[in-house]
Design a protein around this ligand. Structure first.
Ligand code: FCB
Length: 481
């Protein structure tokens, strides 16, 4: 297995998942601080208060990356470090942390790739409605512009929003992520404002940044597969694909929302209308209007309803040309038609093959097909980077002082092989970032799930590279295996 010359090998993290030091150097509260400190929201009552203490250990962490032969490092900037209250003037101490980080990355010949939004919205903006409030997109533009000005010299590659699907739907509709709402109209609105924020940041980027700098977005996609070959299940998979993939990729690359999903949300009463807005949430009633999904969807089809959140010019901003797509891929989703389900008239079925420690099915084959489909339907030859791919495993530090994770090595190898197949089939895939460099705060799962190629002993904050880290170093060295 050989990758093309220049294929970029990296690892990824996110601010709230690793930094800790949540009250240091003027950092403001984020929605994840608030959420994690709300009893019952995160497994084990875990919070990001200390995390991997990367805020103090960043220098050694960069040295570790260099030891592992990483060529690139994808990290995220904590919005509340730069804007503790969500607006105003940038907090210099927050900026300095990332300046030092970027400098050291360069000193160790590691290419920094910065993500602007990996879910840590300043709580002050949540008080005003968060992403359900259109105004938040403009606050994001201000933050993005400040980050470009302050850090743009050292960072060539920028991702605007990480996984808007999670931020909007896990956060506002399904209640599993901050801010923990169960309000479908708010979620649909939030999804649009996240995309708008992306578009506004891209515009700021083009105004402020010179040639040789690149901006894109990071989307998580699943392979939505039908439970059977029958037509109803195929239609169910198509709806899930609409919910998860097309709702974000169509606006960015085609400049429009998918009609079938607009019709779906309209029929469900989730497209427009009142939202609860602030934290606290309300019962998850809003999609119930959908009743028997398929029928209503079909009935509402043809001619797209106009959502009240869509303003003239929005789609042009959202679909402005970008320089790459970041893809986060973890698993596939098996979809079965179920007219009694309030959730798009479908149910998702349990995995049919081996799973990770999170019960996510290990489905490398789907990655190849997904990449091919992304290029054909959306990116049309634009560079694609896998910005995240990896597996939670029940890793243990053994008495020999090592962490043996053959399951993760197999996972990474099989997914990289699938990525290689996609390249051989003509997909313009330019690089791969393993999720994650370090074990870290895995959102609602807390510290119970370990994704790192480096083990973190949270009691001592010792970093112990797992077998997979040594394997990955070899792969990078040989550009394959
Ligand atoms: C993705 C997130 C990332 C990490 C992985 C496992 O959805 O972007 O922060 O939690 O899942």
């Amino acid at each position: 297995m050989r990758f093309p010359a220049g294929f970029l090998w990296g690892a990824a993290t996110a601010a709230y998942q690793i930094e800790g030091a949540v009250r240091e150097d003027g950092r403001g509260e984020s929605i994840w601080d608030r959420f994690a400190h709300t009893p019952g929201k995160v497994a084990g009552g875990d919070t990001g208060d200390a995390a991997c203490d990367h805020y103090h250990r960043w220098a050694q962490d960069v040295d570790l990356m260099a030891d592992l032969g990483l060529q690139a490092y994808r990290f995220s900037i904590a919005w509340p470090r730069l804007f503790p209250d969500g607006s105003g003037r940038p907090n210099a101490r927050g900026v300095d942390f990332y300046k030092r980080l970027v400098e050291r990355l360069h000193a160790r010949s590691i290419r920094p790739v910065a993500t602007l939004y990996h879910w840590d919205l300043p709580q002050a903006l949540q008080e005003k409605g968060g992403w359900a409030n259109r105004d938040t997109a403009w606050r994001f533009q201000e933050y993005a512009a400040a980050a470009f000005r302050e850090l743009g010299e050292g960072v060539d590659d920028w991702a605007t929003i990480n996984e808007p699907w999670c931020a909007a739907f896990l956060g506002y509709a399904l209640g599993q992520h901050a801010p923990g709402l169960t309000d479908w109209p708010a979620a649909v609105r939030a999804s649009h404002h996240l995309l708008l924020a992306h578009g506004l940041a891209v515009r700021a980027f083009r105004d402020l940044m010179g040639p040789g700098k690149r901006v894109g977005i990071t989307l998580n996609m699943t392979a939505a597969e039908p439970a059977s070959e029958n037509e109803a299940d195929r239609a169910a998979a198509r709806r899930y694909d609409g919910f998860f993939n097309r709702w974000f990729a169509d606006p960015v690359f085609l400049g429009r929302y998918p009609e079938d999903m607009l019709a779906w949300y309209e029929a469900a009463g989730a497209l427009s209308g009142p939202v609860s807005g602030t934290a606290g949430g309300r019962p998850s009633e809003t999609l119930s209007g959908a009743g028997s999904g398929t029928t209503r969807c079909a009935a509402a089809g043809g001619g797209s309803p106009a959502p009240d959140w869509l303003r003239p010019g929005d789609m042009a901003l959202i679909s402005a040309p970008i320089d790459f797509l970041g893809l986060n891929y973890y698993t596939r989703t098996i979809c079965q038609n179920d007219p009694s389900s309030r959730f798009f008239g479908l149910r998702t079925l349990p995995p049919r093959g081996p799973v990770t420690d999170q019960n996510w099915e290990i489905a490398p084959r789907c990655l190849r097909d997904l990449l091919a489909r992304i290029q054909q339907d959306w990116t049309r030859g634009l560079p694609i980077y896998i910005h995240e791919n990896g597996a939670a495993m029940a890793d243990e530090l053994t008495p020999d002082g090592h962490v043996h994770d053959p399951g993760r090595i197999a996972f990474l190898r099989d997914h990289l092989a699938a990525a290689g197949d996609a390249i051989a089939a003509g997909v313009n895939l330019k690089g791969y970032f393993v999720w994650s460099l370090l074990d870290n705060f895995e959102w609602a799962w807390g510290y119970a799930k370990r994704f790192g190629i480096v083990y973190v002993d949270y009691a001592t904050q010792r970093r112990i590279p797992k077998d997979s880290a040594f394997w990955y170093r070899e792969v990078i060295g040989q550009n394959g295996w």
